[in-house]
Design a protein around this ligand. Structure first.
Ligand code: FAD
Length: 440
């Protein structure tokens, strides 16, 4: 057993445990036995060694924004990365950020340098380790893919407590296992992230479409031409309209007429024009109330399925509350630069994310919706889609095998190699569990 004070930063305090007993989704509640908040990689290593020795299940928690219980444990230890938050700008277009650093903090640390990570998440509070463990897509994914493809090197504590560096040339299996690895193989303590040149300012347009077919034509054209630096489309479920947020980074002047030329929207407005280029595409923290229920699900869909999905009846406003708000979000994603094998995506040069994001104020309603989304999952998978593992999939062994396909055996082998004692374990994990169905 991990005793309070036997390892630095371990707490059994009721309040500390309660605060980590649910996640952003609030669809599951699991009470940990203890919390550890290490201050450096050496402390992480010593906590993992103790957990391995005493056979204590350990889950890693970054910002706790996942929605399917990925950072929760009943009776185990939560390792919270909140204090692993240092950020250092390096030479050669790189920034080094600890696993618990939030993406908003990374952006702020780069203020004034005219450099940014190629892809940013749309909220500031998710952590570097948290999004690198699922993929990390955002408004510039149509050009740069996902964050897992934009990281140069990682420092990781494996399930045996060993602290290792890995990259595309050093300890490559570990590098491939932890990127989009859902915290099953190791704890990312440090990441060396690539940077790109950023514009002096950004102008974000909101383009409104009532005709979904016209939207699809514009979306296809825009992605093909690579006309905008930032793209995010939202189907507002109650308004029966799609709003495309399209952004351009610029120095000097920007000609609106030229930027929007030839597009078939119904109305256009300038959403913002700001020098805060990195934070411009991020939703404000107050936009989400953490006591609501969020049975969110995301998928990656083949580009060819776009029009089929826009025509689907499951966006019926009748079963989704108007207030607070509910929408379906879509990012186009270029697949070529995503070289993380456990980031599972359909084939094709571009795919698109498809996120059903409804906010519920009552748990029963949220559970009903989660059940419905599991049925929708089957339809989307039949259309060639793949789940993005931020929400609760409910997948059991057979589903995980189908999800990972030929990569399933590889993941199982990596689990054996990097976490032989199954320190990183929780309900519903795909690798290294028995062949029984798992709730997820
Ligand atoms: C409002 C909102 C907006 C979002 N927007 C985006 C978006 O724009 N793009 C996008 O890609 N996703 C988005 N997501 C999904 C989100 O990025 C993922 O759920 C992400 O995993 C959450 O990161 P976190 O830091 O909160 O991690 P947690 O939820 O705490 O953990 C997520 C997973 O990563 C593991 N993990 C966490 N830290 C580490 C670490 N240091 N080392 C190894 N494993 C670790 C955990 O064990 C868990 O399996 C959004 C979610 C919400 C709620």
């Amino acid at each position: 057993m991990i005793e309070q004070n036997s390892v630095p930063g371990v707490s059994r305090d009721q309040k500390d445990r309660e605060a980590r007993s649910h996640d952003f989704g609030r669809m599951a509640q699991r009470m940990p036995a203890a919390i550890a908040v290490p201050k450096n990689a050496e402390e992480v290593s010593s906590i993992v060694r103790k957990a391995a020795r005493d056979e204590i299940p350990l889950v890693i928690r970054g910002g706790g924004h996942s929605q399917g219980g990925q950072s929760l444990t009943d009776g185990g230890l939560v390792l919270d990365t909140a204090e692993l938050d240092k950020i250092q700008l390096l030479e050669q277009g790189l920034v080094r950020a600890q696993g618990g650093a939030q993406w908003g903090e990374v952006v702020d640390a780069l203020h004034g340098t005219r450099q940014l990570p190629p892809v940013l998440a749309d909220i500031a509070e998710v952590t570097v380790g948290g999004t690198l463990s699922v993929g990390g897509w955002g408004t510039s994914s149509h050009r740069y893919g996902a964050q897992v493809g934009q990281v140069e090197q990682l420092e990781v504590v494996t399930g045996t407590g060993e602290l290792m560096r890995c990259s595309r040339t050093e300890n490559t299996d570990l590098f491939d296992a932890v990127r989009a690895g859902q915290g099953q193989f190791g704890i990312i303590t440090d990441a060396w992230l690539r940077l790109r040149k950023a514009g002096e300012r950004i102008r974000l347009y909101a383009l409104h479409y009532h005709d979904f077919d016209r939207f699809a034509s514009d979306y296809e054209q825009i992605v093909h031409e690579d006309r905008f630096d930032h793209l995010r489309a939202e189907t507002r479920i109650h308004d029966r309209q799609i709003v495309l947020a399209a952004g351009i980074e610029y120095d000097g002047d920007l000609d609106d007429g030229q930027a929007l030329e030839g597009l078939g929207y119904d109305e256009a407005a300038t959403l913002k024009d700001t020098a805060e280029v990195g934070r411009a595409g991020m939703f404000p923290k107050w936009g989400f109330f953490r006591l609501n229920y969020h049975p969110w699900r995301d998928w990656l869909m083949p580009w060819g399925a776009l029009r089929t999905l826009l025509a689907q009846p499951w966006l019926d406003p009748g079963w989704v509350p108007r207030v607070p708000d509910s929408w379906v979000g879509t990012y186009p994603i270029k697949t070529g630069a995503i070289d993380a094998p456990l980031f599972i995506s359909p084939e094709g040069e571009h795919v698109f994310s498809y996120s059903v994001l409804t906010v519920q104020t009552r748990h029963e309603k949220a559970s009903e919706l989660a059940g419905r989304l599991r049925k929708i999952d089957k339809t989307l998978v039949d259309l060639g889609g793949k789940s993005y593992l931020s929400g609760g999939t409910g997948y059991g062994h057979k589903d995980w095998r189908a999800h990972y396909g030929e990569k399933f055996e590889m993941g199982t082998r990596w689990k054996e190699e990097f976490d032989p004692k199954r320190v990183f374990r929780r309900e519903g994990m795909p690798f290294g569990e028995s062949s029984e169905a798992s709730p997820g």
